[in-house]
Design a protein around this ligand. Structure first.
Ligand code: HAM
Length: 419
C-alpha cells in the first residue's frame, strides 16, 4: 500500500476547519496592516536559494530539494518564502511603487529534515514581507503584527525573543571575537560546530547540544560589538515595541537558521516547549535583494509555520468554528422520482442552498441513514405521490417531524431563518 512520503501528510476534511481558521485570520490580519497577497511558484531556480541564503546553513547545505528538469535546468522546491518574494519584487519592478511594498503569502515549503512532531519535509508557511524601507519602526510593526496574529488565533502562551546580529560592517569584527572564544574549546565542540567554526561561526550560538550550549553561555555578546548605526537601530526597535506594549525577551544568542539576516532578528516560541520549536521567526534582511541582482534595498519580514500553529491550537483545546456543511439531503424512491430529485437539487443550488443528493441504488432507509451520518438538518423525500402532485416531503432530521410542501415553495421555506 502506498503512503504519503515520509515527513508529509494528507490534510483530511475534518482537519480543514483548522486550516481555514488560520488562513482566514492571516488574511484579515494582512488586510488590517495593509499587506497584499502574492503567490510564487512552488519551485524556483535553485540559485535563488543557494546564492543568497548562503552556504553554511543546514537549510541550504543539507535540506534543499534540488533537481534538474528535463532541459537540465537546476531547480529547487521552495525552501522558504522570503527569497522568492524578493525575486518577484525585482522581476515585476515593484521597486517602482511607493515603498515599502507590503506582501504576504501562504503556501508550502520543503526541507529535507528529520521528521518529528512539528517538523516535516513539507510544511506550510504564512509569511509577510515589507520591502524597501529601513526604518526601525517597521521592524517593530512587523513584530507587533506577528504578535497580533497569534493573539487573534487565541494563542497567548508565547514569548518573543529578540536580538540584533549587526550588519556587513560590524559583524565581521564580532565573528572574529566569537571564533577566538570557540577556538579555546574545539575539542569539546560537536562535529557540526567544528564545521560551523570555519564556515559560519554565528550559527555556533544556535547549537542545541549541551556541551556546545555551555560554551555559548560565556560567548561574547554581539550587542557589545554593534556599530553605532546598528546600535541606534536596535535601540529604536526596542523603544517602539515598548510604547506599543509588546513584551519581548532580549536573547543575545538568538541567530536564525537562514543567513540573509541583518540587524533585527526575532522568534516567537511557545512558552511551555522550553524554547525548542519556534512558532515563527523573522527579521531584517537588508542585503538579500541586492544579492539577487537588485539595488541595495532594505527589507524586513516574518513567517510562521501553519502545522505548528495548528498543533498548538489543538494542545490548547481552542474551539474552532466547524466548516459549513449542507443542511439539505435529497432522497428518492424509484427512477422517476430520482429524475425529479436531480432537477430539484439543481434548482436549490442555483438558489444558493447547499444540497447533498442521494445517488446509487440505496433503499430509502439506506439514504436516510446516510443523511443521518452527514448530520443533515433536513431531508427532502420524493416518491411517486410527491412527484405526481408536485410536492416534496420535508423531514426535520433532528425532531423527526415530517410535512408535505409544494415543490415551488421549498426554496423559500429553506431560506427562512429558523428558530
Ligand atoms: P524559518 O524560521 O526557517 O524562517 O521558518 C519559519 C517558520 O516555519 C518556523 O518558525 C516554523 O514555524 C516553520 N517551519 C520551518 N521549518 C519547518 C518544518 N520543517 N516543519 C514544520 N514547520 C517548519 C523562514 O523561513 C524565513 N523566510 C522567515 C522570514 C520571513 N524572515 C523574514 N521574512
Amino acid at each position: 500500500m502506498h503512503k504519503a512520503p515520509r515527513g508529509t501528510f494528507d490534510i483530511l476534511p475534518q482537519e480543514h476547519a483548522y486550516w481555514k481558521y488560520v488562513e482566514e485570520k492571516a488574511a484579515s490580519l494582512c488586510q488590517l496592516y495593509g499587506y497584499q497577497p502574492l503567490s510564487t511558484p512552488i519551485f524556483e531556480d535553485a540559485q535563488i536559494f543557494t546564492n543568497t541564503v548562503a552556504g553554511g546553513t543546514d537549510i541550504v547545505d543539507k535540506e534543499m530539494y534540488i533537481f534538474e528538469d528535463k532541459s537540465g535546468q537546476e531547480l529547487a522546491l521552495r525552501a522558504e518564502g522570503t527569497a522568492p518574494v524578493c525575486r518577484a519584487y525585482l522581476e515585476h519592478g515593484l521597486f517602482n511603487l511607493p515603498q515599502p511594498v507590503k506582501l504576504y503569502y501562504i503556501g508550502p515549503a520543503f526541507r529535507y529534515e528529520r521528521p518529528q512532531s512539528g517538523r516535516y519535509r513539507q510544511h506550510h508557511q504564512f509569511g509577510f514581507e515589507a520591502l524597501g524601507e529601513a526604518d526601525p519602526a517597521l521592524d517593530a510593526e512587523v513584530i507587533e503584527m506577528a504578535r497580533h496574529f497569534f493573539c487573534s488565533l487565541g494563542l497567548s502562551q508565547f514569548i518573543i525573543q529578540l536580538n540584533s546580529i549587526g550588519c556587513k560592517l560590524c559583524r565581521p569584527g564580532y565573528l572574529e571575537v566569537l571564533r577566538q572564544h570557540y577556538s579555546g574549546y574545539t575539542d569539546r565542540l560537536c562535529p557540526d560546530c567544528k564545521v560551523r567554526l570555519v564556515k559560519n561561526p554565528l550559527r555556533l550560538l544556535d547549537c542545541k547540544k549541551t556541551p556546545c550550549q555551555e560554551i555559548a553561555k560565556t560567548a561574547p555578546k554581539i550587542a557589545n560589538y554593534l556599530c553605532h548605526e546598528c546600535h541606534l537601530h536596535f535601540q529604536s526597535v526596542q523603544k517602539y515595541l515598548g510604547v506599543m506594549g509588546i513584551p519581548f525577551q532580549l536573547n543575545p544568542r538568538l541567530v536564525r537558521g537562514l543567513d540573509y539576516y541583518t540587524r533585527t532578528v526575532f522568534e516567537v516560541e511557545p512558552r511551555e516547549n522550553g524554547g525548542q520549536t519556534a512558532l515563527g521567526g523573522g527579521g531584517r534582511y537588508d542585503n538579500l535583494i541586492e544579492e539577487l541582482g537588485g539595488k541595495p534595498t532594505p527589507a524586513v519580514g516574518f513567517a510562521a509555520g501553519l502545522e505548528r500553529i495548528i498543533l498548538n491550537l489543538k494542545k490548547q483545546k481552542l474551539d474552532i468554528p466547524a466548516l459549513p456543511r449542507p443542511d439539505v439531503f435529497i432522497a428518492y424512491l424509484e427512477e422517476e422520482a430520482k429524475t425529479e430529485a436531480m432537477k430539484l437539487a439543481s434548482e436549490l443550488r442555483k438558489a444558493g442552498i447547499a444540497v447533498i443528493m442521494a445517488t446509487g441504488d440505496k433503499s430509502l432507509r439506506g439514504q436516510m441513514r446516510q443523511a443521518d451520518s452527514l448530520d443533515i438538518a433536513y431531508a427532502l423525500i420524493l416518491g411517486e405521490q410527491e412527484v405526481s402532485k408536485r410536492n416534496v416531503m420535508l423531514r426535520d432530521m433532528r425532531s423527526g417531524e415530517q410535512k408535505t410542501i409544494p415543490s415551488v415553495e421549498i426554496a423559500r421555506f429553506l431560506k427562512q431563518p429558523k428558530i
